[in-house]
Design a protein around this ligand. Sequence first.
Ligand SMILES: *[C@@H]1O[C@H](CO)[C@@H](O)[C@H](O)[C@H]1NC(C)=O
Ligand SMILES: *[C@@H]1O[C@H](CO)[C@@H](O)[C@H](O)[C@H]1NC(C)=O
Ligand SMILES: *[C@@H]1O[C@H](CO)[C@@H](O)[C@H](O)[C@H]1NC(C)=O
Ligand SMILES: *[C@@H]1O[C@H](CO)[C@@H](O)[C@H](O)[C@H]1NC(C)=O
Ligand SMILES: *[C@@H]1O[C@H](CO)[C@@H](O)[C@H](O)[C@H]1NC(C)=O
Ligand SMILES: *[C@@H]1O[C@H](CO)[C@@H](O)[C@H](O)[C@H]1NC(C)=O
Ligand SMILES: *[C@@H]1O[C@H](CO)[C@@H](O)[C@H](O)[C@H]1NC(C)=O
Length: 556
Amino acid sequence: MAKATVPNYLLLTYLLIHLLLPSYLSETITLYKPEDILDAARSQCLVLFPHENLTKWKKDILQLLADVSFGNESSVLFGTVNTDNFLWPNGRQLNLEGSKTMENYFLIFKRIELDRTCLLLPETNIPIPSVATYNLTSFVSPDVLDDIVQFINTNCHTFRNKEGQLTVAGIHRQHILENLFKVPKTKENKNLDHKQEDESCMIGENDYAKKCENRDEHITNAKTQNKYVDTKNELQKCDRIQLSELSSPLQFFQEFVSVSKPVIITGAIKQWPAFTKWTRAFLHDRYGDIKIHIKMTSDGIYEGVEPKSIWRDESEKEIPKAVLEKLPYPDLVVVRPASREILFSDFLDLVENISQGKVKDISAYLEYSSIADYFPELQEDITEMEFFRNILELKHLNLWLSDGNTLGKLHFDPFDNFLCQISGVKELLLYEPHDNSKLYEAHIQEAVLSYNQSSHTFHRKTLLESTSMVMSPVDISDPDLKRFPKFADLQPLNCTIQAGEVLYMPAFWWHEVQSKPNVSEHRNMAVNFWYEPFLTREFPCPECSLDVNPKYFHLL
Ligand SMILES: *[C@@H]1O[C@H](CO)[C@@H](O)[C@H](O)[C@H]1NC(C)=O
Ligand SMILES: *[C@@H]1O[C@H](CO)[C@@H](O)[C@H](O)[C@H]1NC(C)=O
Ligand SMILES: *[C@@H]1O[C@H](CO)[C@@H](O)[C@H](O)[C@H]1NC(C)=O
Ligand SMILES: *[C@@H]1O[C@H](CO)[C@@H](O)[C@H](O)[C@H]1NC(C)=O
Ligand SMILES: *[C@@H]1O[C@H](CO)[C@@H](O)[C@H](O)[C@H]1NC(C)=O
Ligand SMILES: *[C@@H]1O[C@H](CO)[C@@H](O)[C@H](O)[C@H]1NC(C)=O
Ligand SMILES: *[C@@H]1O[C@H](CO)[C@@H](O)[C@H](O)[C@H]1NC(C)=O
């Protein structure tokens, strides 16, 4: 009894004297109702003390945390909550995980990680924040306040000490976020001219037709010359470094990974046995009889966005109306390639036939095919970069193989990427992951091409219920600047890799990939390592920006 009811005034006195004047403390403490918590937890983390039993000493701790330790931290709210008969709006009870047995505790309602992947949330399944409980009865020494602050940091992803300053890790994080790499702006940006014309078109309705007539003509002319290419100024190029210039994995981490800066690394993989060993004959011999999944299109364009109106819908399932209403571009679809399961030997033959022009109007692509699952022995012929081993977590290792005439349209991947070119060239145009409203990031309905094997023709007839979350609706080679005017502000980086070169492309950089064949080998081949990203963000969410992945807080 005595143990639980005797508050630790010693510690509080110590802190109150050393850190703050009593007048500094706020007067009011907010009482949160369940629906208030749900609302607030969409963007913030809540630290709430049970209201029923808010004795003086607990109130003092609460105010100390709210006003001093987290006084400058807008992502955490402090207050009280009635835990007796607490019910969420959906009727669920508060899960206190045995804290009922504790006499004094406080609760943390963690920020709700919105499931942005699903546009259709059933009403009964409203997201509820998860709750962490801190047992206050062991409140016996000044170190405990450090422990409490640390507990809040862990659960709310904050970086404060009890005096309210940023911790060392917090300072590192802030430094990283303030120094993220941006594509340097060239002085003259031809695309900006289009934007100005755009605006002048809007001036008066009467003038619109006349003024914009010219503009449209101008745009139409430019179409043929790839609008993203600034014809006066060359595109900015990715930095390039020699492996030998890098002194340590730490240097690479600091200069590129932590600031999300793409870079081409030369001299890193040329000694891989893959370059001499993975000939067509070897692959045919070794893996000819395994079954693989390939992707096919008629024109070599993969995952483009196009009007839904050119699709004849024969799908069995309709996309739900409630989902359609939430789509910002319901008139567009992302075109998924046709897929086929075939023998690897048939795929190699098909690629050869395509290269030699024996088969027309077909493109076949082995895309992000897991090496571990399909070609496990090939792992011996390549080696993971030193830079990441034991630093970032490897998620996938893939093989990419085609005749070399493919164009992967603008999208991003939620992984840090080492793209290693083995044969042919890949020309990647990269757009920053920062202001994604300019690339109109959104859910876009998907559709899948059908391939008729007897007629060798492709058909647009199957709209899918699913949506893509990583494709931009902007066609960078022919942008509709009336509809997507903000795109005109953007400038890409040109990161072109030759065989033997590696592109480090941080997660969430938008990229369009034009592959080109090695003309004597008639193919384009690459492998890529996908890592759990160091910097991450929610998606699709145009306004969400990169932040340090909580999985890597220990690296700060
Ligand atoms: C209130 O606090 C006292 C002592 O600190 C404790 O004995 C009692 O169980 C608490 N009641 C509730 C509802 O938390
Ligand atoms: C909370 O602390 C009290 C006193 O230190 C201890 O007896 C009790 O087991 C603790 N409860 C939990 C759930 O940790
Ligand atoms: C909180 O922010 C204010 C205003 O920016 C600043 O003066 C103060 O030093 C900060 N306090 C702490 C503990 O960092
Ligand atoms: C490739 O072409 C050859 C000869 O024209 C033909 O016999 C073979 O079936 C074709 N293979 C594939 C997979 O297209
Ligand atoms: C595939 O093409 C053949 C030949 O043109 C045609 O007879 C057949 O109906 C087509 N199959 C489908 C499923 O459309
Ligand atoms: C990108 O750079 C490569 C050479 O590094 C060049 O061949 C290509 O034309 C450039 N692409 C664009 C769109 O400027
Ligand atoms: C194309 O492949 C051949 C055969 O492997 C190789 O000798 C040649 O260097 C490659 N060409 C380029 C430009 O990489």
